[in-house]
Design a protein around this ligand. Structure first.
Ligand code: BGC
Length: 765
């Protein structure tokens, strides 16, 4: 763990010193996004030390040709990547002709804050440039009121000199990805223009041989200055456009500019109209003026917080953690565009260049179910439904039936290429179905199954039915050659989680077919499901092999797990961690160490099917070997720890999930934030501490309070009811903020809640 910013504020991330050593980490943490686009926390002015400049646009991607040592049949031809795109924040500054380079200037004071309540990044610094002292104040936001808009206000005050201050706002599209497979640029210049106080660049993604869409992106800028500059010029060249404004300043005087940028793409407009649209957006917004734009943006963020904020009383670190997670998650995705999904690094880095992983269904969906309107979650399901044909093609490519959803994708096509994951981490397919179950169960919207869901459910069942094999000697079905959620163990046989979710998918498919036979026969017919096929699914499910050890009385992660050398994490000298940075892959694969929830992922998904004792035995066993080197891991363990009344452990794991990036637990936040696992902090509080479950269409709570908290509260949107849940040292209060009454079970007792219900907090020994 390495906490970069020690000054803890409940609504802000505060940096009091300029960071040279860990600049990339600071850049990740200070990222901003508005669901449409986003960027790392780079500086506007130049910085010549190590930095990763990054700005990304939702849904814009490039198929980077696969690079592997040994080609295996079935590999995808490309790995989809989010291209690092136009640098539109850039503003070069010169003081009496000398460039301000933050890595070289003597920075005497530095303060930067990310205001999460309002979605604004501000910076104030005092720097000495060859004896000329300046104070710099910068405000930046990516509007959530107008998605294409970014705004920067940059002011320079002379502290000790009369002289010249030059501002050079620019747009630079000559940008490369650090993770390009063949070190090639993904962008091709189309045009660049500049005038007195405007500029534009247009680029498109390179042509590719994989027949995927080529995207064109346009950036327009318009600049307003605090006074008329004494000299004004503008230039543009390939990939680049700039304005130059030189001001005379007197000591004590402040000069500044406001830079307004719009980003338009062929996802929304024709390529020939990008600049025109961009200009229109800018002239509308420009006329409104900076203050109004900022106000609209802040109000929109405040509205989001009204429904989604979680308040924690008595623990600033925990409070800052949950707000940071929600802020960054919503900066990546707020459900406005059904064509988009949630990438593991959002707009904050390049690694995991793919847009969509199983993370969305497994981790993010419950948060959007809880805090937004149901259409947002439905959009996430429809996204997969729309990609069903690709998933069918993917299964066929592997010689299997039905549909296999990809590990990583942009348009539905698989674009991940490590055989042990691409071909073997097939448990992901189960999460597609679990998400449908979760959505319908939570919202009560069973129409979705009739309209679309059943098509996905059937094809995934067909996949499992063709991927299992019958072990005739033991008369059981098995699944060999898989990688479970724990990616530190590859190519295993009978991963319990995979077998269990496959069995569940087959049962769920046959139940839904039975239901639709009465409700909507057309939905059955269009999928050509016969009685025999359903019987086959039920038969496989009933004979699915699920590894269990009677002596230890625990589920076995996979056939060979217990034959490993079982060393506990606590007995492993600290210098070995994180394993993925310290150990060879060979050593990791042979070890017993677990990267992320595997057996426990199943106990979490199907929590109503296991007793507390079963959860406790399995938690106690597997937790000792788990290193949580996937950001997705600690939240699930935290939730189960709550269920088995191990509150101290639950709290420790909550902190690990909520402060994963702020405290750089896994030593990899410099590559970007762990956006999809940010949902884990919400899950740990709502499903963990508050114990909210929605199994079998019943809303229930089993609230607990960590020792060092005085209380916590949050809202959820459950079946069109807004409920406020408040937990403190004395009581649990559920307030129904909607007009209709709602039923909820609290500590096992069912209440019909019209206004509010208060019960005593149950404290377990
Ligand atoms: C995890 C996967 C996850 C991926 C993207 C990996 O480290 O093991 O489960 O889907 O990251 O977040």
């Amino acid at each position: 763990m390495r906490r970069l910013f020690e000054n803890i504020n409940e609504w802000k991330i505060i940096q009091d010193n300029i960071e040279f050593e860990e600049n990339r980490l600071a850049e990740s943490i200070m990222s901003l996004g508005n669901g449409y686009m986003g960027m790392r926390g780079n500086y506007e002015e130049s910085y010549s030390k190590d930095s990763h400049r990054g700005s990304y646009i939702g849904g814009i991607w490039y198929p980077d040709k696969t690079r592997v040592g040994w080609w295996k049949n079935g590999y995808p031809n490309y790995f989809g990547k989010v291209p690092n795109s136009i640098n539109y924040i850039g503003i070069n500054i010169c003081i009496n002709g000398e460039a301000l380079d933050l890595a070289k200037a003597n920075v005497e004071q530095f303060y930067r804050e990310l205001d999460m309540k309002n979605g604004v990044l501000t910076r104030k610094l005092i720097a000495d440039v060859s004896g000329n002292k300046i104070e710099v104040n910068v405000v930046r936001f990516l509007s959530i009121a107008t998605k294409e808009l970014g705004v920067i206000k940059y002011e320079v005050k002379s502290l000790n000199f009369d002289g010249e201050v030059t501002f050079i706002p620019y747009l630079d599209s000559n940008v490369k990805n650090e993770d390009s497979n063949y070190e090639e640029a993904f962008w091709v210049n189309i045009s660049s223009e500049s005038s007195k106080n405007t500029g534009s660049v247009v680029v498109r993604t390179k042509d590719n041989s994989f027949e995927t869409e080529v995207f064109t992106v346009g950036a327009n800028m318009k600049v307003k200055s605090s006074k008329e500059p004494k000299i004004r010029t503008n230039t543009n060249k390939e990939y680049y456009s700039e304005n130059t404004m030189i001001f005379d300043v007197k000591q004590g005087e402040t000069v500044g500019i406001e830079k307004y940028v719009s980003i338009t793409t062929t996802r929304d407009y024709n390529k020939d109209e990008l600049l025109c649209k961009g200009e229109q957006i800018l002239s509308n917004e420009f006329d409104k003026g900076y203050e109004l734009l900022l106000k609209e943006h802040c109000e929109a963020w405040n509205k989001r917080w009204e429904s989604a904020d979680i308040k924690i009383d008595g623990d600033k670190l925990a409070q800052q953690g949950i707000r940071y997670n929600l802020f960054q998650l919503f900066s990546t995705y707020y459900g406005e565009d059904s064509r988009l999904n949630i990438g593991p690094k959002g707009f904050t880095g390049e690694k995991y260049g793919g847009a969509t992983y199983w993370d969305t269904e497994a981790y993010c969906l419950p948060v959007y179910l809880g805090v937004t309107k149901k259409e947002v979650s439905k959009n996430l399901l429809v996204y997969r439904y729309n990609q069903l044909d690709y998933a069918k093609a993917n299964a066929k490519k592997l010689g299997l039936e039905g549909a296999l959803y990809p590990m990583v994708t942009f348009n539905g096509e698989e674009c991940h290429n490590e055989w042990e994951i691409t071909f073997e981490e097939i448990h992901r397919n189960g999460s597609m179905i679990y998400a449908i179950y979760n959505y319908t169960n939570y919202t009560g919207d069973f129409e979705y199954i009739k309209e679309k869901g059943i098509d996905v459910i059937v094809e995934v069942a067909r996949f499992w039915a063709s991927r299992v094999h019958l072990n005739a000697r033991k008369n059981v079905y098995m699944i060999h050659g898989v990688t479970g959620p724990n990616e530190y163990d590859n190519n295993v046989n009978n991963n319990w989680y995979t077998n269990y979710i496959a069995k569940w998918c087959l049962e769920y498919a046959s139940e839904n077919i039975a239901y639709l036979e009465n409700e909507d026969i057309e939905a059955v017919n269009r999928n050509n499901v016969s009685k025999e096929e359903c019987e086959k699914w039920i038969n496989i499910a009933s004979k699915m092999y699920l590894p269990y050890d009677n002596e230890l009385d625990i589920i076995v992660q996979h056939d060979d797990f217990l034959d490993k050398e079982l060393i506990k994490v606590k007995d492993l000298p600290k210098e070995n961690l994180p394993l993925n940075q310290k150990w060879s892959w060979d050593k990791i694969l042979r070890s017993c160490f677990i990267k992320q929830a595997d057996v426990l992922q199943g106990m979490y998904y199907f929590g109503d099917k296991f007793t507390t004792e079963e959860k406790k035995r399995n938690f106690d066993f597997y937790e000792q070997y788990t290193v949580h080197e996937s950001s997705l891991s600690p939240s699930i363990y935290s939730i189960i720890a709550c269920e088995i009344d191990n509150l101290d452990k639950a709290y420790e794991l909550y902190s690990r999930t909520a402060r994963l990036d702020l405290d750089n637990y896994n030593h990899d936040t410099e590559d970007g934030l762990h956006i999809t696992s940010m949902s884990g902090a919400w899950l740990s509080i709502v499903q963990g501490f508050a114990g909210m479950k929605t199994f079998n269409q019943k809303l229930s709570f089993n609230p607990k309070l960590p020792k060092n908290w005085n209380g916590y509260s949050f809202n959820i949107n459950y079946r069109e009811h807004i409920l406020n849940i408040e937990v403190n040292k004395e009581f649990v209060k559920i307030t129904n903020l909607s007009d209709k009454s709602v039923n909820a079970i609290i500590y096992g007792q069912e209440y019909s809640i019209d206004d509010e219900v208060t019960v005593c907090l149950v404290v377990n020994p």
